[in-house]
Design a protein around this ligand. Structure first.
Ligand SMILES: [Zn+2]
Ligand SMILES: [Zn+2]
Length: 268
């Protein structure tokens, strides 16, 4: 059986891009790292742009869309997202190659079938034109990604709970943010309901909704200035333990690195 695979190619404010696929093709969630690096990583997996059947964009911030122009228009990979986000992409000055023929429109809550993958978008709260997360179904498995969100709303929660693998933001540690280099206005923007999730928000969500269906919990979009992978991991694991949740035999919790691709996870 051709099993579901996941690999992070980059995660955080320097660029976000995730591969979800099988051994011969797949999709990308966001295209926020350079087109050459994206291609190099795909080739290291024995793939290339023709094996990517779509890029699904979460929102129009530069760290998620930097390479959509060339991946879409030059390499002819369909770029899927909502009408509002597409408008935002083409308005963004960082996207020099505007999208036209590669634009594919999706609606929140409406499933799109790409090969063996069924993709559905749900709304999240963030300060972009519009922001969405995605649930991806492959055979009987579901993977859900929720990144760049100020809080976990009802729809995001439902999708995350109903998943085998989740990729969830753990952007900052509150103490580090409040005592770090960021000016107050920026701290407030990050903490706002349209900002980012801190380690503790993610920890509380995981503890309150824990299900042993979760096999992997990947922590994504960690801040360089206001977080550390060990700290995000420790905050979450300690909170789960304090809440007497025995997750160790079922669920692996993995912080994703910002600048380095993760290993390829081949799921059961
Ligand atoms: Zn971002
Ligand atoms: Zn963002």
């Amino acid at each position: 059986m051709d099993r579901l695979r996941f690999r992070s190619l980059g995660s955080g404010s320097s660029g976000n891009c995730y591969f979800i696929g099988n051994s011969s093709y797949g999709i990308l969630i966001d295209a926020g790292i350079g087109v050459r690096s994206t291609r190099r990583f795909l080739r290291s997996m024995g793939l290339d742009f023709p094996n990517i059947w779509g890029v699904f964009v979460t929102h129009d911030h530069a760290d998620h869309i930097q390479a959509v122009g060339s991946i879409g228009e030059r390499h002819h990979v369909p770029i899927y997202t909502t009408l509002e986000i597409h408008k935002g992409i083409n308005r963004n000055y960082r996207v020099t190659q505007k999208l036209s023929t590669s634009q594919k429109f999706l609606e929140i809550g409406v499933e799109i079938i790409v090969g063996d993958f069924t993709v559905k978008a749900f709304p999240v709260s963030h300060d972009a034109s519009e922001s969405i997360g995605y649930s991806v179904k492959y055979r009987d498995k579901t993977l859900t990604i929720a990144t760049d969100l100020g809080f976990i709303g009802e729809e995001a929660a439902e999708h995350l709970i109903d998943s085998d693998y989740i990729i969830l933001e753990a952007n900052y540690d509150e103490y580090m943010l409040e005592n770090g280099p960021y000016p107050l206005y920026l701290q407030e923007r990050i903490k706002a309901p349209t900002g980012h999730l801190c380690n503790m928000q993610t920890a509380e969500f995981l503890a309150e909704n824990y299900t042993n269906r979760w096999k992997y919990v990947f922590l994504c979009h960690l801040s360089k200035e206001n977080n550390m992978p060990e700290l995000a991991y420790a905050t979450i694991v300690e909170h789960l333990k304090t809440q007497e949740i025995s997750f160790e035999d079922n669920t692996e919790i993995i912080p994703l690195e910002r600048m380095k691709p993760s290993k390829m996870y081949v799921f059961d």
